[in-house]
Design a binder for this molecule. Structure first.
Ligand code: ADP
Length: 425
């Protein structure tokens, strides 16, 4: 069948991101690439759960409904969400059969998934095998798949992995210098995360520059509550800062990023901290929060502007770490077409962008101060017109990317066709 003909049949896609006690969702109209409704069910399983649902109106305003009542489990949560999707006042469809496909965000695809894929029994088994690599994420992601498949048996379901974009990283960049058996037997290696965001902004950059992605060398910098950076050579990721887990790399809101690996041993040996305590310290009490007491960058900037020295230091450490990675990735790429800032901090914090790029003019990386500080939304260029490397702000849209990928893999697939089957499984 003609692929264009296939594509037009996939009109409405529901994107689901299931956490241990939450379901985040968006229903998108793929013809216009518009969000129709979005929402979040939180505190699932607790005495009082919260379901915040927004219908996006034509004037870009929202009609919001907040339900505060118990949601016993994920199944109950998705049933309530489905009720709102078809609600005459708050919904956007008349019947759930209008949802042609469902895109599931899956955190860890391990080495089995190099691209988004149609969900089959084999795929579910492979995601299960990756549970030890991301127990806090893959288990609830799987629950989301099982529940959604039972509630939407006639929709096509696709899995889109945070790790897939990074599967092109070569062994010299993904192997740790540990006994090789730990890689072969326990799969300990760099995987990288935020792949959906890195791939989305890389594609938008290619659109903006009007050049094929496979001709571009890029550094993409995702700075949200979590943060990571990726080196993209000829359109493929060749290195990224997060590792086997999202704890490695850049300084984050509450995560430490790169660390001397002997420090956790010291904490255990010298301070007699338990594994659980160390895990909490590194994931929840470190990063910006550990240095200056605030994990939200807006708060850190406010503190710094009021003269708080530790907040100033936290921002300096934050930018310094990013700058070191930019230098390293420039070295491995050999040449650079564009440097891209994205996510909450990357899109909204000019001081941080300036701090990361200062002194890099010998690499061709320069920021125009006026452009950088000009408030704006959408894709914008902040390098001088004659700058060798384009420095761009590109708002990320992980839900749209999941929907686009879902459309791609589900458009021409029919049960038994084998289309989009993963050769690694
Ligand atoms: P998540 O990883 O949860 O999706 P976001 O991409 O929303 O996170 O980014 C959250 C971060 O963005 C927070 O540290 C927040 O302070 C920061 N942020 C949002 N708006 C601004 C702003 N105007 N100035 C500085 N930082 C901002």
């Amino acid at each position: 069948m003609d692929s264009l003909l296939c594509a037009v049949t996939v009109l409405k896609i529901l994107v689901i991101n299931t956490g241990s006690s939450s379901i985040k969702y968006q229903l998108l109209d793929m013809k216009e690439q518009q969000v129709l409704v979005s929402g979040l069910a939180e505190k699932i399983g607790e005495t009082t759960s919260i379901l915040t649902h927004k219908k996006i109106l034509a004037n870009k305003k929202n009609r919001t409904k907040i339900k505060e009542e118990r949601i016993c489990n994920h199944r109950d949560g998705l049933i309530q969400i489905t009720g709102l999707l078809v609600d005459p006042e708050y919904g956007a469809i008349r019947d759930k059969s209008e949802i042609s496909a469902i895109g599931h965000r899956i955190v860890h695809g391990g080495e089995a998934f190099i691209s988004p894929t149609i969900i089959t029994e084999k795929v579910i088994e492979a995601i299960k095998k990756n549970i030890p690599l991301a127990p806090l994420h893959n288990s609830p992601n799987l629950t989301g798949i099982e529940v959604a498949m039972s509630i939407f048996p006639n929709s096509r379901h696709a899995a889109v992995f945070d790790t897939a974009f990074h599967q092109t990283i070569p062994p010299k960049a993904f192997l740790y210098a540990l006994p090789y058996d730990l890689y072969k037997k326990e799969r300990i290696r760099r995987y990288g995360f935020h792949g959906t965001s890195h791939s989305y902004v890389a594609e938008r950059c290619a659109d903006y520059l009007n050049r094929p992605l496979k001709e571009l060398n890029l550094i993409t910098i995702h700075l949200g509550n979590g943060a990571s950076i990726a080196a993209v050579k000829n359109g493929e990721c060749i290195d990224t800062s997060m590792g086997m887990t999202p704890l490695a790399g850049l300084v984050m809101g509450t995560r430490c990023g790169d660390l001397d690996p002997a420090i956790p041993l010291f904490l255990a040996d010298h301070l007699k901290m338990s594994l659980k305590e160390i895990d909490r310290l590194l994931n929840k009490e470190s990063g910006l929060k550990g240095i200056c007491g605030a994990n939200d960058m807006r708060e850190v900037i406010e503190k710094k502007n009021k003269g708080d020295n530790l907040a100033k230091t936290a921002m300096e450490i934050y930018c310094y770490r990013i700058k070191k990675y930019i230098g390293a990735y420039f070295a491995v790429l050999g040449d650079l077409d564009a440097l891209i800032f994205t996510a909450g901090i990357g899109e909204n914090a000019p001081d941080i962008r300036k701090g990361c790029c200062s002194g890099l003019i010998r690499l061709g990386i320069e920021i125009d101060n006026t452009k950088n500080y000009q408030p704006g939304k959408g894709l914008r260029e902040i390098s001088p017109s004659a700058g060798e490397v384009k420095v761009l702000i590109i708002p990320t849209n992980e839900e749209l990317q999941i929907a686009l990928e879902t459309r791609k893999v589900t458009a021409c697939w029919s049960k038994g066709s084998g289309f989009a089957e993963n050769p690694n499984l």
